[in-house]
Design a protein around this ligand. Structure first.
Ligand code: NAD
Length: 357
């Protein structure tokens, strides 16, 4: 059956990097992948045409797609839009909410060829391969009540950190299943010494554990996890945590690898439908210059093949092609070092395509 992929290039470097990823998708089609690829607008580019960052048309196409490939949204051009609901980022949040994308998978992989790019010592990070599973649609970012109000003569700001058992269970299952496919180690990160909501989080993870007897479950407080991530990151395999802790820890893990331009991500819903995107933003400082690194977006295509289209062999082929290009010493500016050959966005795309054939 032909599967549908919706490509949303977005803003800034988004169109440049997704163009290279689409070439890789087309190469996969030539290798037998049966997909139909369609494009639409999101973010600032949608606002410019439709007056909103997420049009009904794009949303309908997204709902009908098996998987979505997103570039990035946002940029200074739209930072002055007064109505916050029309800012580019709302397009992204709208897609996550409307599609129920509750499970965010953020791998932090350091290719041995790039060990020098990390700010940590090569022996601490070389060969790093962590998967952070972050809950994306609940927790303190969405909890009610929230606001800023006057109390006893001064303003008070407040948010609510809330998770239901079913929300914890569904992200827990994603993480246990991920650990089963990897090195069978799952670390659940919480703050159960202080926050009741994470006492419940820990209880639910413990309750699920007997259903996955091959997975070794451990627990860690978030402050210790932050410390361990920079002290000895290779101790982790899969990490599962809530929305806010995951937001912070996954950015720290991304920086361990030295280049945000290399990291893909996936956001999945209960039907296995997913949105795939690089971890970085729209990089307005380098947009339109053909210098951005397209590898995070190309690796997002590999994740899409693995997690939404059940095409693990093709995913591995793309990942191997990226490894080969790095072995050949080709680097975009963000990962360039002495002894390597600096290439443009399109040249990097050419090289991955050549390595794929
Ligand atoms: P950013 O990730 O866009 O850029 C940070 C730095 O990394 C910049 O110096 C940039 O040039 C560099 N960089 C990022 N991606 C790169 C790539 N592929 N190749 C080479 N260098 C790369 O983060 P920012 O500057 O904080 O945000 C810029 C805009 O992106 C803002 O409008 C922000 O809201 C938006 N943003 C969007 C997303 C998203 O769409 N998911 C995520 C984060 C930020």
């Amino acid at each position: 059956m032909t599967r549908k992929i919706l490509v949303l290039p977005g803003d800034g470097i988004g169109p440049e990097i997704t163009a290279q990823a689409v070439r890789v998708l087309e190469a996969c089609q030539a290798l037998g992948l049966d997909v139909e690829v369609e494009q639409s607008l999101v973010g600032g580019s949608s606002y410019d045409v439709h007056g909103v960052p997420l049009s009904e048309e794009t949303l309908a196409k997204a709902k009908a797609a098996d998987a979505i490939l997103l570039g990035a949204v946002g940029g200074p051009k739209w930072d002055t839009i007064e109505d916050l609901s029309k800012r580019p980022e709302k397009g992204l949040l709208g897609l996550r909410k409307e599609l129920g994308l509750f499970g965010n998978l953020r791998p932090a992989i350091l290719y041995p060829q790039l060990a020098e790019a990390s700010t940590l010592k090569p022996e601490v990070v070389s060969g790093l391969d962590i998967m952070i599973v972050r809950e994306l649609t609940g927790g303190i970012y969405f909890g009610q009540p929230r606001g800023i109000e006057e109390r006893d003569g001064q303003r008070v700001g407040f948010n609510t950190y809330v998770y239901s058992e079913s929300e914890i269970e569904r992200i827990g299952r994603v993480a246990f299943e991920m650990a089963q496919k990897r090195n069978k180690k799952l670390c659940s990160v919480d703050k159960a010494n202080v926050l009741e909501v994470t006492i419940l989080w820990r209880e639910v993870m413990e309750r699920l554990a007997p259903e996955y007897p091959d997975v070794e479950l451990s627990h860690m407080y978030v402050d210790n996890a932050a410390m361990q991530l920079v002290r000895a990151p290779k101790q982790f395999d899969v990490v599962v945590t809530g929305n806010m802790f995951g937001d912070i820890l996954s950015d720290a893990a991304a920086m361990l690898t030295g280049s945000i331009g290399m990291l893909p991500s996936a956001s999945l819903n209960e039907r296995g439908q997913g949105m795939y995107e690089p971890c970085h933003g729209s990089a307005p400082d380098i947009a339109g210059q053909n210098v951005a690194n397209p590898l995070a977006t190309i690796l997002s295509v590999a994740m899409m093949l693995r997690y939404s289209l059940d095409e693990a062999a093709l995913a591995e082929r793309i990942e191997a092609a990226v490894g080969k290009v790095l072995d050949e010493g080709l680097r975009t500016a963000d990962i360039a070092s002495s002894g390597t050959r600096q290439v443009s966005t399109t040249e990097m795309g050419d090289a991955v395509l050549a390595a794929l054939q």
